[in-house]
Design a protein around this ligand. Structure first.
Ligand SMILES: [Fe+2]
Length: 155
């Protein structure tokens, strides 16, 4: 599920992930969606920071919870606009969202059960980053194109 070389993260000397920086190639051409994607990246960076700082399991789960909360909000907004605009890719897109939400919940459970191992925290972080960026660039971009073709900019 992980895709290599999709994301250029910044690495410290010990190879630990520190943050992901928004890049123009992530843009789907719709400001509202791009702004929410930037917020998702920010929350993901908050998670990275909590992991880097060796925060407690409780704290990392809390930060992960913020990310999950915003992810759910963002997915629901995207889907609302898909429904309102009769987007033909709705079902496929919604399935992707559902699978990701399920995976996020499983990861949180694993993390709570297995504890704050750095390896698990890092793999969660890398998985989330790769999934999100791939989703922006391969799935959300299609919805962006659809909206732009229809002249709908979701202001
Ligand atoms: Fe999406």
């Amino acid at each position: 599920m992980l895709r290599e070389n999709r994301v250029h993260q910044m690495y410290q000397e010990d190879n630990s992930v520190t943050s992901i920086v928004w890049e123009d190639r992530f843009s789907v051409g719709i400001a509202l969606i791009d702004e929410q994607h930037k917020m998702l990246i920010q929350r993901l960076n908050d998670l990275s920071k909590a992991i880097e700082m060796n925060q407690s399991v409780r704290e990392i789960v809390r930060v992960l919870g913020f990310l999950i909360e915003y992810t759910n909000f963002h997915f629901s907004i995207e889907e609302k606009h898909m429904i309102e605009n009769d987007y033909p890719g709705l079902n496929h897109h919604r399935t992707q969202h559902e699978e990701f939400k399920t995976t996020l919940n499983h990861l949180t459970e694993d993390f709570e059960e297995e504890g704050a191992t750095k390896a698990l925290a890092d793999s969660i972080n890398v998985f989330l980053t790769n999934w999100l960026v791939t989703h922006f660039q391969e799935v959300d971009i299609e919805f962006g194109k659809f909206l732009i073709e229809k002249g709908l900019l979701l202001s």
